[in-house]
Every structure is written in structure tokens, then in C-alpha cells.
Unconditional design. Structure first.
Length: 125
């Protein structure tokens, strides 16, 4: 009986930790600007450039050092602010470099980059 109770407690604890990790805000989320008056807002589920509509994405990062991420735009069709469907994010202190690629294969080969923009964390985030 003690083993059963211990196992049940351990499963509840681990389940709570997984739920907490899933609810955490990604490090690239927040309000950003690029020094040219343009803004970028990232939540756990959407990216919004300036006053454009927010588009959905998912984090498909396989392994990270905590500063590099791969995002996949899941919104249908072409999105002017994000040419391609794969976004490489590289964080460094209060800045973030975003490079867009047409595909995951291009990202993996660092081939055919469509755009590169450096964003700066807005005050208060």
C-alpha cells in the first residue's frame, strides 16, 4: 500500500511539473521593436507584426541552448511580415535576431534566408 501511495504522489507531482512547464511563457515572448518604429508582439501562440493581424505559430525547436529556437508559422497562406514558414530566433540579452526561411530544410542548411531583422525588448517586459 505504501508503494502505491508513493507512486500516486510521484505521478501527481510530475504531472503538475509538466503542466507548469507547458504554461511557462517562452523567452522570446513579449513586446519588441526594431529601432525603425515597427513593433512585434509574441505570445505563446501568436506573432503580430505592427497592426497586422496576429498569426499562429508553434515552437518546433528540437534542442536548444536556451537562446536559439525554431518557430513554424501555422497560419494558412502567405504572411507578408513573415516570408516563408520557418523562423529562426536567436536571443542575446535584450535583443533577438529573427531569420525567416521558406522551409525547415532551408533553415537546417542555412540556405535561402528570406529576411533578417533584429528586435529589441521593449521597456517593462
Amino acid at each position: 500500500m505504501k508503494v502505491f501511495l508513493w507512486t500516486a504522489c510521484a505521478l501527481l507531482f510530475l504531472g503538475g511539473m509538466v503542466a507548469q512547464l507547458a504554461a511557462e511563457t517562452p523567452p522570446y515572448a513579449g513586446e519588441w521593436s526594431n529601432g525603425r518604429g515597427e513593433t512585434l508582439t509574441i505570445t505563446a501562440e501568436t506573432i503580430q507584426f505592427a497592426d497586422n493581424r496576429a498569426v499562429s505559430y508553434r515552437d518546433v525547436t528540437r534542442a536548444t541552448d536556451g537562446a536559439s529556437f525554431e518557430l513554424q508559422i501555422t497560419a494558412p497562406g502567405e504572411i507578408n511580415a513573415f516570408p516563408g514558414k520557418t523562423v529562426a530566433v536567436a536571443l542575446e540579452k535584450d535583443s533577438m535576431e529573427m531569420t525567416t526561411y521558406l522551409s525547415h530544410a532551408d533553415y537546417m542548411q542555412e540556405n535561402n534566408a528570406q529576411s533578417v531583422v533584429v528586435w529589441y525588448k521593449d521597456e517593462g517586459d
